[in-house]
Each structure stands twice: as C-alpha cells, then as structure tokens.
Design a protein around this ligand. Structure first.
Ligand code: 5AD
Ligand code: SF4
Length: 489
C-alpha cells in the first residue's frame, strides 16, 4: 500500500512547526510527501481560526475534495489544528467525507488515527477540553505539547528551525480565539528545549526561533529554581553551531529589563523584537482587554530604545474593532508614526464566535471602513519601512543566506520548461539570485553562489525598497573600516 501525504498549512509559525512534526512522525511510518492533493492518498489541512477568512479558505478547499473522495474512497482526509479544536463535529457536518478532526493538543494521535481510518473507516475526533470543561490542571493536561521528531524539509530552510518553548495563552484578549483553541499557558522544561536545540545544531541548523503565543511570559519552575526567557537565552547562547537566536511573539507587559539586557548582551540573540500594540487608543485597548494603556506601551518602547537602540521593532494592529471611531483610529496612526516600527502586520477585525467580544460589543464598524483604515495604516507604515531602509544603503550587513530568491526559483522553473532538461537550468547556477536576512530581520537579495546557502555572508547594500534590501557580496579582502560597519544592521 502506497503512503503518499499532502499537507497544507495556514496560519502562524506555531502551525508551521506542528506540520513539520506531524510530517516527521508520518515519515517514520513510511509516508512520502507529494506536492498536490491529486497525487496523495492522505490529505491533511493544518488550520487557523484567528480570522474568519482563514476558516473560509479551508472549508472551500475541503469542498473541492468532495469529488476526489467519491472517486477514491480510500483517500484519508484530515483537518488538524485550531479550526479542528474550535469547530469539532461541525466539520463532519459541513464536509461529511472528512475522516479525522484533530485539535492542536492531540497531534500525537495523528498516525494512529489515519491508520485506523484506513482499516476500519468511520469518522474520528480527537480534541482537548474547552476552557470551562474542568479544573485548570485537567484542561492543561488535555493539551499535549507536541515536540517529538523533526523534519528538515518542512522548515523555512534547513538552516533555520522553530522551537516551541510554551503552548497556550492565558491573556484572553476579547477578540482572540487562541486561548480557547490552544488551551492554558504551559512552559516547557528548559532542559528539553536545550536538548532539542542542540540536536538541531548537530543537524546543521544555524538559526533558532523560539515560539510562544506570549513568548516572553515564559516561566518554568522546578523546585525552587525559576527559569525565565532571559535565562533560557543564556543557556542556548552556549550551543556550538547555533549562530542566531530569535523569539516571537512578545506581550508588551512582559518585556522586562532582564530580557532586554539579554538581547543587548548575548551576541547570538538578534536585535529584533515583535511586540504587537494592536491599537493606539486607550478606549479600544481597554475593550480589547490588552491589560496596558498606550502610555505604558510607549514607556516599554522607550526602554527598548534605551537598552537596545539598534533593535528593530515590529507590531500587529487590528483596525475596525468594535466601537472604533475615526478618532481612535487616528490615535493608532499617531502611534505608528511616532514609534516607526520596522514593519507592522495590519488586520481588519474579524468577529470570532467563542471569544468574549461578541457578547460585550457589537461588531459595528462597516467592512468598507475597516478596509479603508487597513489601507491607510498600511500606507503610513510602508512609507516608514522604506524610510528606515534608506540609511542602510552603502552599509555592510551580515546575511544568513536562506536559498534562491523567489525570482531565481521562478527563473529556474522557466528554464526547465523552456530548455526541457536538467543541465539547461544548471548553467545558471554559478550566479544565482539568493535571499537571506540581516540580524534585524530585513530581507536582502543579492547575486551569489549556491555554496553560500546556509552561511552568513557579508553583503554591501546598494538599494532599498520598503520590503527588500538589494546588495552585493563583499569580496574576501575587507579592511577594518568595513568590519566596523557590519556590526549593526
Ligand atoms: N480579528 C483580526 N485580527 C486578529 N488577530 C487576532 N485575533 C484577531 C481577530 N479576531 C490578529 C492580532 C494578532 C495577530 C496574530 O492576529 O493582531 O496579534
Ligand atoms: Fe491572543 Fe491576546 Fe493571547 Fe495574543 S496575548 S494569543 S492576542 S489572547
């Protein structure tokens, strides 16, 4: 019996990591990955519930599989992740040909469930407890932190990996479904995290991004020893082979000085901080139950700028939250103008059943206004991103090379189509457009050699747009002056 797996992943980095781990477990069972649902006998969707749009996309992808299943009843179709935990049996109702529904706290069961779906047929559901379905401990225990095997092919690149340091969230922002679908906040033991990171380093990984919904709330207690994120970073700093450490996503109130000192003092910790503000209006922050005021957010930013002045800071914003007036929105624009984030992710508010907001406030900002505010805020942010990139022109930056740029990938693909066989494409290989990132997480493209992939290369920047820096490799013989310039970026 052939075992061909197709997996589609939407949502955040946590989901990308979950998919990597599911694929690794299935490979051990003899599965191979294929790149289209038509070639697969097992089709999995790892889903997201943060916005309605992400769910709609999955339901329509499921709709397209209806016929596939009719033609081939042996195909196993599974829905994993946040939408599985949120909608549960509803998924079987809306798409009766789905075989498995598996929440993010039950992913260890996937191989066994596929096996039994194939053997016995019948629909199978594995989800964790809801946030009101037991004591905190019982609920927490029903969410298993799933961190077994790794699978390099599923990573952003073989030189970069995500490592989960905590699961769940206890903040309960009123718009957010995450605490409901990912369960209570639980930090993993530091020894486990260090062991996993060391293994990744041995396999050639050079950059580790630590993941948590509120990553800087990480706290692990064992006896009378407490490990904070700053302590964990100090432990990971000692791993040979790892050159870069990052961590996402930060909660503003937990951005303590010890963590900022760690970012400043530990050379492997990159000067990059993602700290979502969500809004610049106190009235809206209060309605969102973000637990800080805009003044407190500003104070936190001032501490970041004072302690790690070279750090790039990025943010998330929701526009059109319940009751957001033009004046509230203008305060958000002011915050973006004043704080000059490297970039911001901007979302139109999407009401989520199961969160607190629907019971408290009507979703009363019309969609066209949400869209206009989204575009306006994005325009302000993009102009800032472009301005912030300009001073980098002429400077030399360290770039961890991730692989061919999108353009180069397209080109190689076109060459294949045009020339029709392998060596046509290979002739282009000596000068390939490559892409990578600076310590501050800026994307750089440059013409390089495939041998440079996975290495840290020094690049002189000659042009910059809002989203990309363009550069050229600095030749081997560099003077001390260049060396100095490369320290930041
Ligand atoms: N509607 C729109 N955006 C949301 N986010 C979280 N919940 C919602 C929602 N209901 C955004 C927040 C968060 C990011 C990951 O998604 O900005 O930081
Ligand atoms: Fe959602 Fe708020 Fe938790 Fe972030 S901190 S995951 S926005 S509830």
């Amino acid at each position: 019996m052939s075992k061909r797996l197709y997996i589609e992943t939407v949502g955040c980095q946590m989901n990308m990591l979950d998919s990597e781990l599911v694929v690794a477990a299935l490979r051990k069972e003899g599965y191979e990955l294929v790149d289209a649902p038509g070639k697969a006998d097992t089709i999995l969707f790892n889903t997201c519930s943060v916005r309605q749009h992400a769910e709609d996309k999955i339901y329509s992808a499921l709709g397209r599989l209806k016929h596939a299943k009719r033609h081939n009843p042996d195909k196993v179709i599974g829905v994993l992740g946040c939408m599985a935990q949120k909608d549960q049996e509803l998924i079987f109702k809306r798409a009766p040909y789905v075989d498995l529904v598996v929440g993010p706290g039950q992913l260890h069961q996937v191989p066994e469930m596929i096996e039994s779906a194939r053997r016995n047929g019948g629909q199978q559901l594995a989800v964790s407890l809801g946030r009101k379905d037991g004591s905190r401990l019982e609920i927490a225990e029903s969410f298993e932190s799933y961190d077994p095997l790794r699978e390099a092919e599923m990573r952003p690149s073989p030189y970069q990996a995500y490592v989960r340091i905590m699961i769940g969230c206890d903040k309960f922002c009123t718009y957010c479904i995450v605490p409901m679908v990912r369960g209570p906040e639980q930090s993993r033991p530091p020894e486990q995290i260090v062991r996993e990171s060391r293994k990744l380093a041995d396999e050639g990984c050079r950059e580790i991004t630590l993941l948590g919904q509120t990553v800087n709330s990480y706290k692990h207690r064992a006896g009378d020893r407490t490990t904070r994120l700053s302590d964990l970073l100090a432990m990971l700093q000692d791993i040979d082979g790892i050159d870069r450490l990052r961590f996402v996503t930060n909660f503003p109130n937990d951005m303590t000085d010890d963590l900022l000192f760690a970012v400043r003092d530990l050379p492997k910790v990159m000067p990059y901080l993602h700290v979502p503000a969500q809004s610049g209006s106190n009235r809206i922050l209060d309605r969102m139950k973000r637990l800080y005021t805009v003044e407190q957010y500003r104070d936190m930013m001032a501490r970041i700028r004072a302690i790690v002045p070279e750090a790039s800071v990025t943010s998330d914003f929701i526009v059109g939250f319940c009751g957001e007036t033009e004046e509230d929105f203008e305060q958000t624009v002011d915050l973006v103008r004043e704080q000059r984030f490297k970039n911001s992710y901007i979302f139109k508010y999407s009401e989520r059943p199961g969160t607190k907001a629907p019971a408290l406030f009507p979703d009363d900002v019309p969609d066209d206004i949400k869209r206009r505010r989204n575009n306006d805020l994005l325009a302000v942010q993009n102009a800032i991103s472009e301005e912030l990139n300009q001073p980098l022109i002429g400077r030399v930056v360290d770039v961890l090379v991730e692989g061919p740029s999108k353009r180069a990938e397209r080109q190689t693909h076109d060459d294949h189509a045009y020339v029709g066989h392998e060596h046509g494409a290979h002739e282009h290989r000596h000068a390939l457009q490559l892409t990578g990132r600076t310590p501050c997480d800026r994307i750089v493209v440059f013409d390089g050699n495939p041998r440079q992939i996975g290495r840290i290369v020094r690049i002189r920047i000659y042009d910059a747009s809002a989203f990309t820096l363009f550069g050229a490799v600095v030749t081997e013989h560099v003077g001390p002056e260049v060396f100095q310039l490369s320290l930041k970026g």
